[in-house]
Design a protein. Structure first.
Lengths: 357, 492
C-alpha cells in the first residue's frame, strides 16, 4: 500500500496538472508581492466570477478533445442560442422562471450541437473543419439572418444576473465584488460531467472512443452514437455558457463571443488534455482555465498593461504545450526502451544517437 | 457433440472483383492448437473475419460447436465462444489495465454505471486465469507490447472463450516474450481452450501447433498434422514453388579484398578484424546486444570508432558520416525498414529515387523526371517488386516487397559493399528466397555483401562464411565447409 501511494504521489508530481498548479502559485505569489492585492477578498471573488463562463466553455472544448478532436464552434453556439433565448423573452414578454430561459437556450444548443455531431459522426470528417464551418454558418445566421445587435436584457434575465451568491467589500480599497448565481451552474455542470464521464459506461465510452476508435468498435461501443452524443451535449453546455455570459453582462452583445474559442482551447490543452484524444482531466481543465483567468484578470494589478497580457498568455501557452510535449516524448522513450527490453536497449539508444549525428 | 469445434465448408467470398476465398475448408478439433499459414493475401484474414462474423460469406457454411450457420453475426460468434486476438490487440491505450479488462464484459452485460469494485474483481479474475502479474492501475500505453497482448488474451478468456484466434501473435515480441506466450498457450490448451494460431513462421509452428492448414490464393492447399510437416513441404505449399537453397551459392567465387577491418573498436564492440572479398557474402551473427548492429553502424559512419582502421579498396579511410560511406561505395540497409528506411505513404518511385536525387537533378536542383522514372521502373523490374505501378505508395506492398524497395534504393547508389541488417525479418518465404537469390547475384557481380542476422537458416543458405559475435567480440568464424544449421545454432 505504501509503495502504491508513493507511486501515485510520484505520478501526480510529474503530471501536467501539477506544473500548472505550480505556475498558478508562482504567479499568485508574484502578484501578491508586487501589489499586495492578489489575496484580497474582492480579487478572489472577481477571479471566481471571471472563471465561470470560460470554465463552462472549457467543458465543450474538453469533451471535443477527449472524444474526437478540436471543437471551435462553442462560442457561436453560445451566441446564437442565447440570442434566441433572449429574443424569446423579449418577444413573448415572458415573466416566469429563468430556468425556462435556460431551457430554451439548451434546446437551441442541442439542435446546433447535433448538427456538428451528425456531420462528424456520420461522415467521419475532421471535427476542426466541421466546427469551423458550422461556426461560420451560425455567425452568418446570427448577424445576417437575425441581424442581431446590442440588446438590453428583459427584466427576468437582468434580475437573475443581479442576484448574488456572495458579496464582499475590500475594506481598504472600498471596492466591492459579488459572485453571481451562475457560479452554481458552473459547479453543478462540472459535477454532472464528472459523474457521467467517470461513473457511467457512456462516459467511459467517450474515453474509449477517443483512445482507440477501432478497439471501441470491436468492444461493442456505438462509436458514432457516442460522438454524436458528445457534440450534441456540448452544444447544450455551450448554450448554458451563453446565457450565463449574457445575464452576467446584463446586456446581449452578439460580437462578444467569437474569438473566445482559442483562449479556451489553450486553457484546456494547458491543463493536460491531449490533442489526439482520450486523455485529459476535469481537474486539469479547471486549473488551466484558472491560470489563464489569473493572467487576463490579475496581471493588471501589478501595473502590466492590457496588451502585455496577450504576450503572457501566448508565452504560457507555448511553455505549457512544451511541457506536455516533453512529457509525452519522455513517455515515448521509456515505452520504447521497455518494449525492446534489456540488451536491446543499448542498440536502440545507439540507433537514436546515430541518427541525430 | 462433435469433436470439431469449428468446421468451415466451401466458403466463398469476393470483394469487388477479387475472389478472396475460393471455397475453402477449415476444420479444427476441440482442444488443439491449429496453425493457419499462408503468404500475405492468401485469405487468412478474410477467413478469420468470416468466422468472427465481420464478413458475410457469399456461400458455404460455418459450423461452430456443432451448430451450423450460413452466415454468423459478430454477437453469435462471441456467444459461441469465438475470440480474436488482433495484431494491434484492440486495447485502449489511455485507460487503465483494470478498465481494459473489465469494460468489454460490462458492455456485454449492458451495465449503465461503473462499479469500480466490480471492475477490479473482474480484472483480477481475468489476470489470474493466465497467472499474469500486472499493475491493474497502470495505463495500458505505458506497458510493453507483450503485456498488451496478455491483456487481450485475459480479456478474451473473460468472455468464456472456447476458440481463440491469434492473428500473427509473435510478430512484435522478443524471444523471451514468445516463450512466455507459448507457455500460456500450453496452459490454455490444458484448460480445454482451442487455439487457431495464424503464423508463417515455421519454427513456431513446430513448437506449438498440433495440426496445420495452409492457404494459398484463397484456397486451402494442405491440412495435416504438424508431425507430417517439413521445411520443404511447408515452403512448397505456402508459395507453390520449389526452392533449392543449395543452388543459389553455386557460382560463388571470391576475388580481391574490398573491405578490410583492422582492430576496430567502438562503443558496443571491441578489436574486430575481418576481411571481405569481392563476390563474397559474409554473415555476422550473434544475439541482440552482441555488437553486431553497432559494427554495421560503424562501417556506415553512424558510430564513431575510437580505435582501429578500415581499408576500402586498398586505401585506409575514415568513415565519418553516411554521406562519406556512400561516397566510398558502402550502403547499409537498416534493420527496421518501417521507421528507418521507408517513407510509407510515398510512392515506390520516390522511395527508390531518394538516394539518386542529387545525381539525377540539374545543378539548380530541378529533378530530371524522365530519368528518375526510368531509374525506378528499371529497379522495380530488376528485383521483382510485385506491384501494378511504381506510383503506388509503399504501404500498399507486402513486407517482402517493401524490403525489396529498400534494397533497390541502396542498390541504385551502385555500392561495392552492401551491408544488410536483418534483411528478411517479417518477410514471407517466397520473398525471402527471392531476396537471398538477389544477394547472391549481387555478390557474383563482384560486390562484397555483409548480412547481419540471427536467422540461422538464412545465414546457412546465403553466406559463404559466418562470424559469430558475443559481448562485442568475434568468438568464432565458421567457414563455408563447416557451415550448417546445427553448428551455427550452438553459437547463437
Amino acid at each position: 500500500m505504501n509503495s502504491l501511494t508513493t507511486k501515485k504521489l510520484k505520478k501526480s508530481l510529474v503530471s501536467t496538472e501539477f506544473f500548472v498548479l505550480v505556475l498558478i502559485v508562482l504567479l499568485a505569489v508574484f502578484i501578491e508581492m508586487q501589489s499586495g492585492l492578489f489575496f484580497t477578498n474582492n480579487n478572489l471573488v472577481d477571479l471566481l466570477r471571471s472563471m465561470i463562463v470560460p470554465s463552462i466553455f472549457a467543458l465543450c472544448a474538453y469533451l471535443g478533445f477527449i472524444s474526437t478532436g478540436p471543437d471551435v464552434s462553442f462560442p457561436l453556439i453560445a451566441a446564437l442560442s442565447s440570442y434566441i433565448a433572449t429574443q424569446f423573452v423579449v418577444i413573448t414578454g415572458f415573466q416566469g422562471s429563468i430556468a425556462i430561459v435556460f431551457l430554451v437556450a439548451i434546446a437551441v444548443g442541442l439542435v446546433l450541437g447535433s448538427i456538428n455531431g451528425f456531420i462528424i459522426a456520420k461522415y467521419n470528417f475532421p471535427s476542426l473543419i466541421v466546427t469551423l464551418g458550422t461556426s461560420t454558418i451560425f455567425s452568418g445566421i446570427l448577424l445576417g439572418a437575425f441581424e442581431a445587435s446590442r440588446m438590453e436584457l428583459p427584466a427576468t434575465m437582468a434580475d437573475f444576473g443581479r442576484q448574488s451568491l456572495l458579496a464582499v467589500t475590500n475594506a481598504k480599497a472600498g471596492i466591492g465584488s459579488s459572485l453571481p448565481m451562475t457560479f452554481l451552474i458552473f459547479v453543478g455542470l462540472y459535477i454532472i460531467v464528472y459523474f457521467v464521464l467517470n461513473h457511467t459506461m457512456a462516459g467511459r465510452g467517450v474515453f474509449a472512443v477517443g483512445g482507440d476508435e477501432t478497439s471501441a468498435e470491436r468492444a461493442g461501443f456505438n462509436v458514432k452514437l457516442i460522438r454524436f452524443g458528445v457534440f450534441t451535449v456540448s452544444g447544450a453546455i455551450a448554450a448554458i455558457a451563453g446565457v450565463c455570459y449574457t445575464v452576467e453582462s446584463l446586456y446581449y452583445l452578439p460580437t462578444e463571443f467569437a474569438g473566445e474559442e482559442m483562449i479556451v482551447i489553450a486553457a484546456v490543452i494547458l491543463g493536460g488534455t491531449r490533442l489526439m484524444g482520450g486523455v485529459g482531466t476535469l481537474k486539469g481543465t479547471i486549473l488551466g482555465t484558472l491560470l489563464i483567468t489569473i493572467v487576463t484578470n490579475s496581471l493588471i494589478l501589478v501595473g502590466i498593461p492590457v496588451y502585455w497580457q496577450k504576450f503572457f498568455i501566448g508565452a504560457i501557452i507555448i511553455i505549457g504545450t512544451a511541457i506536455s510535449v516533453i512529457q509525452s516524448h519522455n513517455l515515448f522513450k521509456s515505452k520504447k526502451s521497455k518494449d525492446s527490453k534489456g540488451l536491446q536497449n543499448s542498440e536502440v539508444v545507439i540507433n537514436e544517437t546515430a541518427q541525430k549525428q | 457433440m462433435s469433436e470439431n469445434i469449428l468446421s468451415v465448408k466451401g466458403v466463398h467470398k469476393s470483394f469487388g472483383g477479387v475472389h478472396a476465398l475460393k471455397g475453402v475448408d477449415l476444420t479444427i478439433k476441440k482442444g488443439e492448437v491449429h496453425c493457419l499459414a499462408g503468404e500475405n493475401g492468401c485469405g487468412k484474414s478474410t477467413i478469420i473475419k468470416v468466422i468472427s462474423g465481420v464478413h458475410k460469406p457469399d456461400s458455404g457454411e460455418v459450423e461452430l460447436n456443432g451448430k451450423k450457420y450460413t452466415s454468423i453475426t459478430p454477437s453469435e460468434a462471441i456467444e459461441a465462444g469465438v475470440q480474436i486476438i488482433y495484431q494491434d490487440f484492440s486495447v485502449f491505450p489511455n485507460l487503465t489495465v483494470m478498465e481494459n479488462l473489465a469494460i468489454n464484459k460490462a458492455l456485454a452485460s449492458k451495465k449503465k454505471f461503473i462499479n469500480k469494485k466490480e471492475f477490479r474483481r473482474i480484472a483480477e479474475e481475468a489476470v489470474n486465469k493466465i497467472n499474469f502479474k500486472v499493475d491493474l492501475d497502470a495505463l495500458v500505453e505505458d506497458l510493453p507490447v507483450a503485456d498488451k497482448q496478455l491483456i487481450a488474451i485475459s480479456r478474451a478468456l473473460l468472455a468464456d472463450a472456447k476458440l481463440i484466434i491469434m492473428d500473427e501473435p509473435t510478430t512484435t515480441l522478443t524471444k523471451t516474450e514468445v516463450k512466455r506466450l507459448f507457455e500460456i498457450i500450453e496452459d490454455l490448451k490444458e484448460q480445454g481452450v482451442t487455439i487457431l494460431f495464424v503464423s508463417h513462421k515455421l519454427d513456431e509452428v513446430y513448437e506449438i501447433c498440433d495440426s496445420i492448414t495452409i492457404f494459398r490464393n484463397g484456397e486451402n492447399v494442405l491440412s495435416c498434422q504438424v508431425s507430417e510437416m517439413d521445411d520443404e513441404k511447408f515452403a512448397y505449399y505456402m508459395t507453390g514453388r520449389k526452392f533449392d537453397s543449395q543452388n543459389i551459392k553455386q557460382n560463388a567465387k571470391a576475388g580481391d579484398s574490398i573491405l578490410e577491418v583492422k582492430n576496430l573498436s567502438a562503443p558496443g564492440f571491441d578489436n574486430v578484424n575481418f576481411n571481405l572479398r569481392k563476390g563474397e557474402v559474409l554473415g555476422i551473427s550473434g544475439q541482440l546486444g552482441s555488437g553486431r548492429t553497432e559494427l554495421s553502424l560503424a562501417l556506415f559512419g553512424l558510430l564513431k570508432p575510437y580505435e582501429g582502421s578500415i581499408v576500402v579498396d586498398g586505401k585506409e579511410v575514415n568513415i565519418t558520416s553516411p554521406a562519406k560511406a556512400q561516397e566510398l561505395g558502402i550502403a547499409l540497409v537498416p534493420e527496421d525498414r518501417l521507421t528507418e528506411g521507408l517513407f510509407l505513404s510515398q510512392s515506390i518511385k520516390r522511395n527508390i529515387n531518394v538516394t539518386k536525387l542529387d545525381e539525377l537533378s540539374s545543378k539548380l536542383g530541378v529533378m530530371n523526371i524522365t530519368a528518375l522514372t526510368d531509374e525506378s521502373k528499371g529497379w522495380v523490374k530488376n528485383i521483382g517488386v510485385k506491384t501494378k505501378d511504381h506510383e503506388y505508395p509503399v504501404q500498399t506492398l507486402s513486407g517482402g516487397n517493401q524490403q525489396k524497395v529498400v534494397l533497390a534504393r541502396w542498390l541504385a547508389t551502385n555500392p561495392n559493399v552492401l551491408i544488410l541488417n536483418a534483411p528478411t525479418v517479417g518477410v514471407d518465404i517466397g520473398a525471402k528466397h527471392d531476396i537471398h537469390t538477389l544477394l547472391r547475384n549481387l555478390a557474383n557481380e563482384g560486390r562484397g555483401i555483409i548480412v547481419v542476422s540471427d536467422d540461422v537458416k538464412e545465414l546457412v543458405d546465403v553466406c559463404d562464411r559466418v562470424m559469430v559475435m558475443q559481448q562485442g567480440k568475434i568468438i568464432n568464424e565458421i567457414a563455408s565447409g563447416d557451415l550448417n544449421a546445427d553448428m551455427l545454432s550452438q553459437y547463437i
